[in-house]
Design a protein around this ligand. Structure first.
Ligand SMILES: [Zn+2]
Length: 69
């Protein structure tokens, strides 16, 4: 299964994302689960959150937003 990385503009908290490094506003996204087996056993709740990664399509800088819902 092949998934293409489609870059585009994204809004977070009402603002269009802009790369702090190269000023590009084209990002592609991926979701990362924050949990690890060790963390889960220790009962650390925030460790089970997922995070949205926005990867700059120009320079590769990664912005992380932890999903708190
Ligand atoms: Zn960049």
């Amino acid at each position: 299964m092949t998934k293409e990385k489609i870059a585009g503009k994204h809004k977070v908290a009402g603002n269009i994302l802009e790369c702090p490094i190269c000023r590009s506003d084209e990002f592609w996204t991926r979701r990362t689960l924050m949990n690890t087996p060790g963390m889960t056993l220790a009962g650390i709740e925030w460790a089970n959150k997922s995070a949205d990664n926005y990867v700059c399509n120009s320079c590769g800088h990664v912005l992380w937003f932890i999903n708190t819902k």
